[in-house]
Write a protein that binds this ligand. Structure first.
Ligand code: DCP
Length: 133
């Protein structure tokens, strides 16, 4: 095959309300269990990243969102995956931990102190700025 296969994208959502960001606590795999992340997941074949954010938040949190601009830098993952963060705004429902151990809303100070998954840590400065912190 010639040329480079395009990376498959994993999307993550920064849901911000007022000066707080929604975080979700992972249950798996064991090395990530207990750590906090921006909720999201893999883009399915034929799906746009925005559609994937919408679907993942409906599946994982039971909410509907509108998807906004990208935040922060790309994070290369293993197996040709690339992780990208997008802003998302809640338009329907209250987030519930349907696929996570727990959810929490953090302000800028709490965000700096919470145990994030390693891949999401590079977004800290961008997220803190969005939170006015
Ligand atoms: N990931 C991450 N930070 C996030 C979201 C995801 O580092 N904010 C990583 C963890 C995994 C990969 O991206 O290595 C895929 O994430 P998920 O396992 O959450 O994605 P899916 O739910 O789509 O995967 P599966 O259906 O396989 O469980």
């Amino acid at each position: 095959m010639t040329g480079r296969t395009r990376d498959r994208e994993v999307v993550a959502a920064a849901v911000i309300q007022g000066r707080r960001l929604l975080l979700a606590q992972r249950t798996r795999p064991p090395e990530l269990a207990g750590l906090w992340e921006l909720p999201g997941g893999k883009v399915e074949p034929g799906e746009s990243p925005a559609d994937a954010v919408h679907r993942e938040l409906l599946e994982e949190l039971g909410v509907e969102v509108t998807v906004g601009e990208r935040i922060g830098a790309d994070v290369p993952l293993r197996d040709g995956l690339v992780l990208r963060a997008y802003r998302a705004e809640l338009i329907r429902g209250t987030p519930r931990a349907l696929d996570h151990a727990a959810l929490c809303w953090v302000d800028a100070r709490e965000l700096r102190e919470i145990a994030l998954v390693g891949n999401d840590r590079g977004w800290l400065p961008d997220l803190v700025t969005l939170l006015g912190g």
